[in-house]
Ligand binder design. Structure first.
Ligand code: BES
Ligand code: MN
Ligand code: MN
Length: 454
């Protein structure tokens, strides 16, 4: 019998080779030109799950990119853990900022550098290797299913329908996910919440063509000026969002829960320093931990229109656009937020321009109680391998399907992630420390153990 640390030591190079094989497949889900890569990544995982000990694994077609499903059924009377992850990754641009090519993984200073090194190929692979270890040592204490999708980074457009259709196949007692962060290896945290998302494109349209800003300027509304005004009026100076009704559905967080969450006190100075800004800014009356975890946001992701080339060109643009996203908290719903935003714009957009609002994607927030069976097993597992009891966090990020799982399948999720903020997910030079990767493999079998024996 080998311990999981022995397993890691003996198989270290092979494990990394196998992960690198997956990372080398450029499965960028937003790129419609990479159909082969998406199918290759799904096939790679299917083969890998079979060789790791699954009884059954298949690539299943959806309306969009395929899903990989696998299972190992030990005994019908034992619980079933459904492991969720995603094999798709974010685009790599700006490519020139990468120190090594994004799809050629490289280890530097104890970190794997590549797109997907953390999000989510690296973290998903910890689950596969922990599974392989448990099967090979005959230590798998319950049934396991795997659901690995290829559309998480584009808002999982096909997964809801997939879950409805395969409701029975996906039946389980708990969903285990490694796709979130920890504060650090010295201060391990367990994610008990995720924010939701409502993402829009807002276009302000004015005259039929770009106009000479001398011949028309001063007498015609400028769509770019209007858009800038609309955006700045969506928040007041204290950081509160002004769209009427925006906070109506925000579920109150009890003083006890706020106290529990604030046990993790984020160092604002240190955070500001790490991203090289002179100060942080957030909604008045809330700590940084709360601003990130339990409060909704409104942010411009990109804004453009008119003349942006070299030098000066005197025009009044015909239109201007912005991509605006809002992170949501329980019980805000993206559909209702869209209605509120539309109504607000109808009320405030001046005569002389028109607006168009396009909803791009959205999803609900998620919370899971700290004193539940599924969280308890994660707390014990992390305490076992880190030697420290983890603190709870409500993460600012989103994985919209997690709340869909709860709604459609009726199953709660545990967000046991091992990433760090410094892993630069979605950015150039994404990386994942080897220490976190191996610590994850070490911790996951303990989750299985404590979940089944509780
Ligand atoms: N794994 C991330 C989400 C995440 C990261 C949650 C770190 C908590 C901590 C996921 O792949 C992601 O990037 N989600 C997107 C939303 C999606 C709809 C594009 C996000 O949060 O922007
Ligand atoms: Mn992810
Ligand atoms: Mn992501």
């Amino acid at each position: 019998m080998h311990s999981v640390t022995e397993f890691i030591k003996r198989n270290r190079d092979r494990i990394l080779d196998e992960l690198f094989g997956l990372i080398r497949i450029p499965s960028v889900s937003s790129d419609t030109q990479v159909e082969k890569a998406m199918h290759d990544a799904a096939a790679y995982l299917k083969d890998h799950l079979l060789s790791s000990g699954a009884d059954h694994a298949e690539v299943m077609e959806t309306e969009g990119w395929p899903v990989v499903f696998a299972q190992k059924m030990v005994d019908g009377s034992l619980p079933t853990i459904l492991v969720y992850g995603h094999y798709d990754v974010q685009p790599v641009d700006p490519l020139e900022e990468w120190l090594s090519p994004p799809f050629e993984p490289e280890i530097r200073e104890g970190r794997i550098y590549a797109r997907g090194a953390d999000d989510d190929k690296g973290q998903l692979f910890m689950q596969l290797k922990a599974f392989e270890y448990m099967v090979s040592e005959d230590k798998l204490p319950c049934n396991v299913k795997f659901l690995i999708e290829g559309e998480e980074e584009i808002g999982s457009p096909s997964l809801k329908a997939f879950c409805r259709k395969h409701h029975k196949l996906l039946g389980a007692d708990v969903i285990l996910v490694s796709d979130t962060t920890m504060l650090s290896l010295d201060t391990p945290t367990l994610t008990i919440g995720l924010r939701g998302l409502a993402y829009f494109e807002l276009i302000v349209k004015g005259p039929v063509r770009d106009l000479h800003s001398g011949l028309y300027g001063g007498a015609v509304l400028n769509p770019a000026n209007v858009l800038a005004g609309l955006i700045s009026n969506m928040k007041d100076p204290s950081g509160r969002i002004t769209i009427p009704g925006f906070y109506d559905d925000v579920r109150e967080v009890s003083p006890e829960e706020r106290r529990l969450l604030n046990a993790l006190s984020l160092d604002a100075k240190k955070m500001a320093g790490s991203i090289q800004v002179s100060a942080l800014f957030g909604e008045e009356g809330f700590t940084v931990t709360e601003q990130l975890g339990i409060r909704p946001t409104l942010d411009v992701n990109g804004i453009w229109g008119g003349f942006t080339g070299e030098g000066a060109k005197t025009i009044l643009p015909a239109r201007a656009s912005a991509k605006i996203s809002m992170r949501l908290v329980p019980d805000q719903k993206p559909e209702r937020i869209e209605l509120l935003l539309k109504k607000y714009l109808q009320d405030v957009v001046p005569k002389g321009v028109e607006f168009e609002l396009r909803a791009l994607h959205g999803g609900n927030a998620y919370v899971s109680p700290w004193d539940s069976r599924e969280a308890a097993a994660a707390i014990r597992a992390i305490e076992k391998t880190f030697g420290i009891r983890p603190l709870p966090v409500r993460s600012g990020g989103s994985i919209p399907v997690i709340s869909d799982f709860e709604e459609i399948l009726g199953i709660k999720a545990v967000l046991m992630g091992f990433g760090l903020e410094s892993d630069a997910i979605h950015s150039p030079n994404e990386n994942y420390p080897l220490e976190n990767f191996f610590k994850g493999i070490e911790t996951i079998p303990w989750y299985f153990h404590y979940y089944v024996n509780s």
